[in-house]
Design a protein around this ligand. Structure first.
Ligand code: SF4
Length: 365
């Protein structure tokens, strides 16, 4: 049974009894849910799984830069439940419930068991908005977790989107295959159009046997799978942990898509590191991890200005840096004109460039 009350967490040994009163205040502000699949993986409340789902007292400390709507959904809400931020795609939020409530959630002010689902009329209004705009090419179902809809409702919604001629892609963002794998039904996702599933997963330990089987069901149904990960302090903010996750995902036929810098959601400061530290982690992975296992590190610009890659940057002022830190000058067409010296350890595994005399490192693509 999903643990939803602080006393459930105490009974399960995930929270010390003496913290219960303080955590009740947290739970009265932000929803709590830890599914059996995730509770089974928590070894201690401070481990990488526990930190994501077990509430902590620090969530009531709001820093000045934090925002109720960190990525500015409200400013782009065209009709209830539909966010139109980019010309060619919309976000459709059929309801606000999730299987788990992540303590760092960027929509924590909106999601929760009490959050209203779109009623039939509002959903039809949102679909009419899409039908009337041929420039919309993709619909992203998010929320709340769309895979918490009953298979019948999900199938009906996908069926209606499938009938809209100008749509090329239906994308579903979900945590369900990982946190509640027993709920996955590939049949509900069947469509003529491309249906993409983007898994939210932050640590290789989340990929239990059951989660792997659920992902396998989607793979065998021919559904292309991507993964998005949030870079979280104390959970996955080191290159070794990220490498293990990205390798595990690719081996399951899931392409790591985005590594998100955490958003400025209220009470989530303990999860946020610096962008510089995130860039350093990505830089460390560049030379040692296959390109298909590397996501793009992105930031949703606070206030609703969209999502952009935030590096690291390898080319500046005509100097390009190789995956091991060696510097090479480039002419404007991208031809290497000379080596500018290389960094130590990995450079020693490289070969000498006959023309320039610079050490060239091995490349992986
Ligand atoms: S599953 Fe997604 S929307 Fe739901 S609480 Fe976690 S991060 Fe937020």
């Amino acid at each position: 049974m999903t643990l939803r009350r602080i006393q459930d967490l105490v009974a399960a040994g995930l929270v010390e009894p003496e913290r219960a009163a303080a955590l009740e205040r947290v739970a009265s502000r932000y929803a709590v849910a830890v599914t059996p699949a995730m509770a089974a993986l928590v070894e201690s409340p401070g481990d990488p799984i526990g930190r994501q789902f077990v509430p902590s007292e620090g969530e009531l400390a709001i820093t000045p830069e934090e925002r109720l709507d960190p990525i500015g959904d409200a400013a782009h809400e065209a009709v209830p439940g539909l966010v139109h931020r980019y010309p060619d795609r919309v976000l459709l939020k059929p309801h606000h419930a999730c299987a788990v409530y992540c303590r760092f959630c960027f929509r924590r002010e909106q999601v929760g068991p009490g959050g209203a689902a779109l009623d039939a009329r509002s959903l039809e209004r949102a679909l009419d908005y899409i039908r009337a705009r041929p420039a919309i090419w993709e619909v992203i179902l998010s929320g709340g977790d769309p895979l918490l809809l009953s298979p019948r409702r999900l199938k009906a919604l996908i069926g209606k989107l499938d009938e809209i001629p100008h749509l090329g892609s239906i994308r579903i963002h979900t945590r369900v295959p990982v946190v509640a794998p027993e709920r996955v039904s590939a049949a509900a996702l069947a469509a003529e159009k491309a249906v993409w599933v983007v898994l939210h997963v932050n640590h290789a330990r989340e990929l239990s046997e059951e989660a792997r089987r659920a992902i396998g069901k989607l793979v065998r149904a021919g559904i292309p799978l991507l993964a998005q990960t949030v870079l979280l302090k104390g959970v996955n903010d080191d290159p070794d942990t990220l490498e293990a996750l990205f390798r595990a995902l690719v081996a399951l036929r899931v392409k790591p898509y985005y590594l998100h810098h955490p958003d400025l959601a209220p009470g989530t400061a303990s999860f946020r590191g610096t962008i510089e530290a995130g860039q350093a982690a990505m830089r460390a992975l560049r030379g040692r991890l296959s390109g298909i296992a590397q996501p793009t590190y992105v930031l949703d610009i606070p206030g609703g200005y969209g999502k952009v890659p935030v590096g690291p940057v390898y080319l500046a002022d005509g100097i390009v840096e190789d995956p091991w830190g060696g510097k090479h000058s480039l002419n404007p067409e991208g031809a290497s004109s000379s080596g500018c010296g290389t960094s130590s350890a990995r450079a020693s595994t490289g070969t000498k460039d006959a023309a320039t005399g610079a050490t060239r490192s091995r490349r992986s693509r």
